[in-house]
Write a protein that binds this ligand. Structure first.
Ligand code: ZN
Length: 313
């Protein structure tokens, strides 16, 4: 909360700097698209192709829930024709205030240049009014939905519809890219499912509750988390509980992300022999994970390596 307040203070200070208003789009110009995360950047690049110039605010190895604002982000947004956000409450601590501070009317919520990538995406873990105490950063349902490649097609469709609104003359071009994306995803998902068949029904522990979409698609079963609640760092009592679960259910793999320290996970792996797999939660999380396709290629490879390697103790 304190850091959130500091963020707001910081943003209102730098928002008082003067910006040149964004100039209207000229024929032949590329649409300037800014996304919150590199995964969305990759999808925009695949659908928008040479008609867009796209950049992301967060890096792929940053926790997407907590991103520190920088004046350069606001500068970038002040010149954007389109902003694509994950939506729900994933970026609620930083994206809305950046958008507001950009003073760019095109990308304010409700504008043609504001794209909520979650629109129409079937969500998992949508809480009922009675179980809001689950944690405070997943209150609208689990927001890590891009980790299912099939749901990625809906993200691409949302991006496509927004691009067509801003640049109707390029509709056919965007449509061809969208169709290519859809068929690539279908073909590749079938291959990823086949490769991950050994994971069917395998129990896994995760650091943060960010994998339910990957889990549902590829049929492994996350049975518990190192965080006692989403966004709350592992506690000794939670680790004791997890260690006994790993032993009792012979859980072979612990999965985590590059933005979490590995101390807690390593403690569990040392105590139990389970293997640690640091997955890519986003495009650009690691070198070589340059596109939305690479994201799944990488995670399939790392999951299989962990599953097939000897116990860690
Ligand atoms: Zn989360």
């Amino acid at each position: 909360m304190v850091s959130r307040i500091l963020n707001i203070l910081f943003i209102s200070t730098i928002a008082s700097l003067a910006f040149t208003p964004a100039s209207p789009l000229r024929a032949g110009d590329r649409l300037r698209v800014v996304t919150s995360l590199p995964t969305l950047k990759s999808i925009v690049a695949l659908v928008g192709g040479e008609k867009v110039e796209v950049s992301a605010i967060a890096t792929g190895y940053q926790n997407p829930h907590f991103v520190d604002p920088k004046p350069s982000f606001i500068m970038k947004l002040s010149r954007a024709d389109m902003f694509v956000t994950t939506g729900l409450d994933l970026e609620i601590g930083w994206a809305p205030s950046l958008i507001q501070s950009s003073r760019n009317s095109k990308i304010q919520m409700g504008g043609d240049g504001y794209v909520d990538a979650s629109r129409g995406v079937p969500l998992l873990q949508v809480p009922t009014s009675t179980d809001r105490a689950q944690g405070d950063i997943h209150v609208y349902g689990n927001p890590h939905y891009w980790l299912d490649p099939i749901r990625g097609k809906q993200i691409a469709r949302n991006v496509f519809e927004a691009l067509v609104k801003l640049s109707a003359e390029n509709r056919e071009y965007f449509e061809a890219n969208l169709n290519r994306f859809d068929s690539e995803i279908d073909t590749r998902t079938a291959a990823w499912e086949k490769a991950l068949a050994p994971l069917d029904g395998v129990p896994i522990i995760a650091y943060h509750n960010e994998w339910p979409y990957l889990e549902e698609r590829f049929k492994f079963v996350v049975t518990d988390f190192l965080e006692p609640k989403p966004g709350i760092p592992p506690t000794p009592s939670q680790l004791v509980k997890v260690i006994s679960e790993v032993r009792a259910k012979k859980i072979p793999v612990i999965i985590t992300s590059p933005y979490f320290t590995t101390d807690a996970a390593e403690l569990v792996t040392r105590q139990t022999g389970a293997r640690l797999a640091v997955l890519a939660p986003s495009v650009e999380a690691f070198e070589g994970v340059d596109s939305y396709y690479d994201l799944f290629d990488y995670n399939v490879k790392v999951l299989l390596e962990a599953l097939n390697s000897p116990p860690s103790n």
